[in-house]
Design a protein around this ligand. Structure first.
Ligand code: TYD
Length: 369
């Protein structure tokens, strides 16, 4: 696993396009064309921004079904960028996706997924249709378009819970233990099966837990930050000793771009930061970043079947593609807290309506531990 350094976030780097005025006049059609699915979600929208910032010679088509966690506000600053267009649509819509692919797409990055474990425990229908069905539709379409590379954005959760001394390498058995993780594992296998059966150009990335701007506040970091900004307690599950690794979303985007450009077809690449900790430690760091003490922790009953430890061996991507994470967790967390402080107008409307009903179902009845 790579040690994190305190190098600045890639978000802080100068956009390459800014240093090259000729990019303003280049015909967009001559650029490489990437289709990003789930582009209005957390990882998808950060990825679209990252690609347009860091890869001048690229055009991006964003597609998103705008389900509850997809938010057009995440892309609104791109409306005047001629290298970008947004299409409202579902990855299960074969005709729509076929039409987009036939507009000169060179690669798909599939970041479309239902991702929240707690919601998958309430009901798995949408997880199966988006995470599995949507991937099948895209792969089927690529049988007639084998020149298009397919990058599946996957997760460390497919390996299931690990012993603390046994990080999962890409060759480890898949052992998903919740409905969300099971659909992601199924999609990985489906994608690899199309590589082997039909020769499709497939690469898969499996990343540890992300954090950063535009993260929907049902996930632990944005949930805890926004609760604390509102003076509310944070619900810590079980004994708080469940262990996760945390990567800044910009590092994840950089790794995806690296695998897209140079990953070997048919291969899986783990992406990790080496910044793992138990949830109680994570909670303490969030509390410290917001000047709150431990009286703001509300200990609640555990998530059913809560995986104890996700741990990845990230040596393959470093060895083969020379990539390692750059953002130190404490620095990334500080920036993220600042983003939520400055972007109340983004998250406050989210924490009402459907979200409020979800929060009540999820936490209202949850007993104290
Ligand atoms: P989460 O952000 O849901 O990501 P994942 O389950 O995909 O890892 O949760 C991260 C960790 O935080 C996980 O161990 C569950 C825990 N957690 C809480 O303790 N309280 C909460 O309210 C939430 C949402 C998560």
């Amino acid at each position: 696993m790579q040690p994190a350094t305190s190098a600045p976030s890639s978000r802080d780097k100068q956009p390459r396009a800014a240093s090259n005025p000729s990019s303003k006049i280049q015909d967009p059609k001559s650029r490489r064309h990437v289709l990003v699915t789930g582009a209005a979600g957390f990882i998808g929208s950060n990825l679209v921004h990252w690609l347009l910032r860091q890869r001048e010679n690229l055009r991006v088509t964003s597609v998103d079904a705008l389900f509850y966690a997809g938010n057009l506000a995440n892309l609104e600053d791109l409306t005047r960028d001629d290298r970008h267009r947004f299409i409202h649509g579902n990855i299960c819509d074969r005709q729509l996706i076929a039409g987009l692919l036939d507009d000169g797409v060179d690669a798909i990055i599939n970041a479309a997924a239902q991702t929240h474990v707690d919601r998958s425990l309430m009901g798995a229908d949408e997880f199966v249709s988006s995470n599995l069905g949507g991937v099948q539709v895209q792969l089927d379409l690529l049988k007639q378009r084998p020149h298009i590379r397919f990058l599946q954005v996957s997760t460390d959760e497919v390996y299931g819970s690990r012993r603390p001394d046994d990080p999962a390498a890409e060759t480890a058995a898949l052992c998903p233990r919740n409905p969300y993780a099971a659909t992601k594992a199924g999609a990985d296998l489906l994608a690899l099966s199309y590589h082997h059966s039909f020769g499709l150009d497939v690469v898969i990335t499996r990343c540890c837990n992300n954090y950063g701007p535009y993260h929907y506040p049902e996930k632990v970091i944005p949930l805890f930050i926004t609760n604390l900004l509102d003076g509310q307690k944070v619900p810590l599950y079980g004994d708080g000793l469940n262990y996760r690794e945390w990567i800044h979303v910009d590092d994840h985007c950089a790794a995806i771009a690296r695998v897209l450009a140079a990953g070997r077809s048919g291969e899986v690449y783990n992406i990790t930061s080496g910044e793992g900790m138990p949830n109680v430690e994570l909670t303490r760091r969030i509390l410290a970043a917001l000047d709150r003490d431990e009286s703001f922790i509300r200990h609640v009953t555990d998530r059913p079947g809560h995986d104890r430890c996700y741990l990845l061996d990230g040596s393959k991507i470093e060895r083969e593609l020379g990539w390692s994470a750059a953002v130190h967790f404490d620095e990334g967390l500080k920036q993220t807290v600042q983003w939520y402080r400055e972007n109340e107008a983004w998250w406050r409307p989210i924490k009402s309506g459907e979200y409020r009903r979800y929060y009540e179902r999820q936490y209202g009845q949850r007993g104290a531990k």
